[in-house]
Write a protein that binds this ligand. Sequence first.
Ligand code: TXD
Length: 311
Amino acid sequence: MGYPKVTVVGAGFVGATAAQRIVEKELADVVLVDVVEGLPQGKALDMMESAPIEGFRTRISGTNDYAETKDSDVIVITAGLARKPGMSRDDLLAKNAEIISGITKNCVEASPNAIIITVTNPLDVMTYLAWKVSNFPTRRVMGMAGALDSARYAYFLSQELMCLPSDVDPMVLGGHGDQMVPVPQHTKVKGKPVTECLQPDVLEPINQRTRDGGIEIVQLLKTGSAYYAPSASAVRMVKAVLQNTGDVIPSCVYLTGQYGIKDVYCGVPARIGREGVMEIPEIELTDQQKQDLKASAEHVRENCEKLKIAV
Ligand code: TXD
């Protein structure tokens, strides 16, 4: 039996690294797409030339033509502009909206049954846009942000607690931006809530560092933004879909009244499997967290309103 097929649009830092992780893990054959001629072809060929050493049997090809993405199981959209120092995620809104609209149309035409996972910023708004343009059921369109924000939270906590990063089971909600909502009482260290391990005065700076996690990397790199942890996070979602794991992963999904929020894409824990979003199990939040989550969702909604003109 052949491998599933994943299209990764955008052969930049996040897209190419995600593609590499997918083929090296043998999760799927990958088609890497970009507007720049030669870029996806060159990166795909380079990756295939590593196959004799790495030993993976999956294949990757690069193209500028969506015909080659035909009948993909999953589409990961990473194309667009990355943030530069001093630039907020929302500054990217207009430019990336145009890019995501065009890409979604092309992808959906070639793969009408795919699951779409968006990565491009501003994430929550781009996910909404991809859903609108695709005309897919909401469960088949989701965005990657919570998985990354949670991974960053887990890493920072593991440093403070001097444990393995994988010993931390993190939870971060909200939009992917300054209004994200770390949830320490549902973040567990070897099964124990982190609120029982760390005092609030130690925890709060870690929560804040998590909110600023993207900027911290942008400031260090000076050109471009993070891509190792973002690509790993996107591939975690791809794997949950392809292998129908039913893992609960903080993801940007369409809410229909959960947490008192309706008709907007926002980051909450979601059970992910072959059909996309299988379930949105509601977790207990403090009043403050509920308020913060709502504020975060409202911010996303405002930006979506601006976009309705373009949709
Ligand atoms: O948590 C998250 N969701 C994120 C989001 C974490 C990290 C990065 N995040 C966002 O992903 C970032 O703000 C950007 O919006 C995207 C992609 O970031 P990346 O670092 O990979 O950017 P690059 O290296 O500039 O790559 C973008 C590629 C580049 O090769 C362009 O030529 C291509 O996108 N591009 C296109 N491809 C196809 N079609 C069109 N129209 C197109 N326009 C640009």
